[in-house]
Write a protein that binds this ligand. Structure first.
Ligand SMILES: CC(=O)N[C@H]1[C@@H](OP(=O)(O)OP(=O)(O)OC[C@H]2O[C@@H](n3ccc(=O)[nH]c3=O)[C@H](O)[C@@H]2O)O[C@H](CO)[C@@H](O)[C@@H]1O[C@H](C)C(=O)N[C@@H](C)C(=O)N[C@H](CCC(=O)O)C(=O)O
Ligand SMILES: Nc1ncnc2c1ncn2[C@@H]1O[C@H](COP(=O)(O)OP(=O)(O)OP(=O)(O)O)[C@@H](O)[C@H]1O
Ligand SMILES: N[C@H](CCC[C@H](N)C(=O)O)C(=O)O
Length: 494
């Protein structure tokens, strides 16, 4: 499954050496698991799977005929997804039993928190792994992810590779899609962390309640041993009612109800300092290099989770303080010589747009500009809310395209505009529409003056723009940097 140089993360069992759920990822010796999807039945790709080296097919009764036509041995179960995690774990020799694994779920802050956790685990003496939407890492090996939480075969294959590379502890993002689709079956997290919940993914979940109860599944004994939750978030509190594992609570706002609190929080332009106070009066001084109050919450959540995972408090606090940034999250692109600041951020949901603009407002002496679009073929309800947040909290809002996917970019922009118009005219940002993302970034950079802050939001670390079935190479950080260079060049000639 994994294209690692070592290529040795294979099964200890002789006949089956791997598992794949996608014919395009099959390798020699794999069991091909053909599931019914939203647009196709995997069994229709059995011939491709065989050509790729599959040695058997596991499918449901509807896939029997297509799978049998290959002549390969076919195993039938009523719901292949329901057994996929256990099968993959078995084929790869139950790798997750040998690694301490921390799972992070929540609408915002998963990637950031996994990076903080990884830094803390390292400070605690572990060789680490990382699983999430930015990268997949097994000690010194790194891979590009396709999803935030991989499908079970890829996941167990990756953990097998981690075990080979000497990984002793890993931090991973657990998306609600993963919980709904059984992608993390076969893993029992040593500690599971809930960050927060706000509107997202209502294209996939019936409503916010369905989204929340799906996330709450992580806190059942089948999937985790102990949990940590954020008492400052209403859903984090509600989780205490639904969780069936022992829970520990934290509050970055210093709520006395929480077992762990952040006190004396001092926010700075490039990071924050705070005192961590825990049960029995244990204390430590924390210093983080990630800006914004929401990162105090992410860091405190990570510290408490690390302590639950057995890392000494001082090592946990020291470790999270060593992280200097997360790719595409509040990532500064301007240098020391620039008189304005430009940052790239992965805010692509209403709460994230709001939190990033509120925290940047605190460090903006001039104009605050946001460049923002909304993804196509995703939760349509987010668009007016994101438009409203941008127009209500920035001085200039340049609405542009994110990943339009199969949709008309102008239709998405119209929905964002609908939200922007809800903001009363006297407090509404100057709203500009520029569907071409590179041109929108150029416009923002071209207008910037002393003390201004620009945030290019929504695509963070992404390397491409998805437009009508094609992926066009696009990295916000490179486009912003090029716009800054072009601005310098043109000023030289003025
Ligand atoms: C809604 C969703 O998650 N869909 C996932 C699901 O697709 P599906 O059930 O519709 O599958 P399908 O396209 O009908 O195909 C049926 C089966 O045939 C297989 N197939 C299909 C074509 C082919 O040539 N060969 C082949 O074997 C497919 O792998 C699949 O197993 O199973 C596929 C196989 O693994 C996934 O690729 C697909 O993820 C799509 C691409 C996706 O975009 N998912 C996103 C929304 C997602 O999962 N996001 C979350 C959360 C993000 C976050 O909050 O950060 C994530 O964890 O990434
Ligand atoms: N605790 C938080 N509360 C609110 N907003 C946050 C928080 N942490 C991060 N953000 C905002 O959300 C954006 C995404 O952060 P991050 O990638 O850590 O979250 P995520 O849960 O992994 O997101 P995604 O599911 O989209 O991958 C950041 O760029 C920042 O703007
Ligand atoms: N994991 C998220 C990423 C969204 C990123 C944003 N750039 C967009 O395309 O909407 C999703 O699949 O919903």
């Amino acid at each position: 499954m994994l294209d690692a140089d070592s290529g040795t993360a294979r099964s200890p069992h002789a006949a089956l050496t791997g598992v794949a759920i996608d014919s395009r990822q099959v390798r020699r010796g794999d069991l091909y698991v053909a599931v019914r999807g939203a647009s196709a039945h995997g069994a229709d790709f059995s011939a491709e799977a065989m050509a790729g080296g599959a040695v058997a097919v596991l499918t449901d009764p509807a896939g029997r005929e297509a799978a049998a036509a290959t002549g390969l041995p076919v195993l039938i179960v009523s719901d292949p997804r329901a057994v996929l995690g256990q099968v993959a774990s078995w084929v790869y020799g139950r790798p997750t039993a040998d690694i301490m694994i921390i799972g992070v779920t929540g609408t915002s802050g998963k990637s950031t928190t996994t990076y903080l956790l990884e830094a803390g685990l390292r400070a605690g003496g572990h060789t680490t792994g990382l699983v999430g939407g930015v990268e997949l890492r097994a000690a010194d090996l790194c891979f590009e992810p396709r999803l935030t939480t991989p499908e079970a075969p890829e996941l167990h294959g990756l953990y097998a590779l981690m075990r080979e590379r000497g990984v002793t502890a890993a931090a991973m993002e657990v998306s609600s899609h993963a919980l709904a689709m059984g992608r993390v079956d076969g893993i029992c997290y040593d500690v599971a962390l809930f960050t927060n919940l706000s509107q997202d993914h209502l294209d996939f979940h019936r409503d916010l309640d369905d989204y929340f109860t799906t996330k709450a599944r992580l806190f059942q004994p089948e999937l985790s041993r102990v949990g940590v939750t954020n008492l400052d978030d209403p859903y984090g509190r509600e989780l205490l009612r639904l969780a069936k594992v022992p829970m520990t609570t934290f509050s970055a706002l210093g709520s006395p109800e929480a077992e762990w609190r952040a006190l004396d929080v001092r926010l700075g332009a490039d990071g924050s300092a705070f005192r961590v106070v825990g049960p029995g009066g244990v204390e430590a001084d924390a210093q983080i290099s990630l800006p914004g109050p929401f990162n105090v919450a992410n860091a405190l959540g990570a510290i408490v989770t690390l302590v639950e995972a057995g890392v000494p408090l001082q090592s946990a606090v020291h470790g999270v303080g060593t992280l200097i940034g997360v790719p595409g999250r509040m990532e500064r692109v301007t240098g020391a010589g620039d008189d304005f600041q430009a940052v790239v951020d992965y805010s692509h949901k209403p709460a994230a747009v709001e939190s990033v603009l509120r925290s940047l407002r605190q460090v903006t002496t001039g104009t605050l500009t946001v460049v923002l679009g909304c993804g196509g073929d995703r939760d349509k309800g987010k668009r007016p809310l994101m438009g409203e947040a941008a127009a209500g909290l920035a001085d200039v809002a340049i609405f542009t395209s994110d990943n339009p996917r199969s949709e008309d970019p102008l239709g998405i922009l119209a929905a964002m505009m609908e939200g922007a118009l809800r903001v009363p005219r006297h407090s509404r940002a100057h709203v500009i529409i520029e569907p071409d993302r590179a041109a929108a970034i150029d416009l923002a950079v071209g207008r910037a003056g002393r003390g201004d802050v620009i945030v290019v939001a929504g695509k963070g670390h992404e390397q491409g723009q998805y437009v009508s079935g094609e992926v066009i190479p696009f990295d916000d950080r490179e486009v912003v940097a090029a716009a800054i260079d072009a601005r310098k060049e043109s000023r030289k000639h003025e």
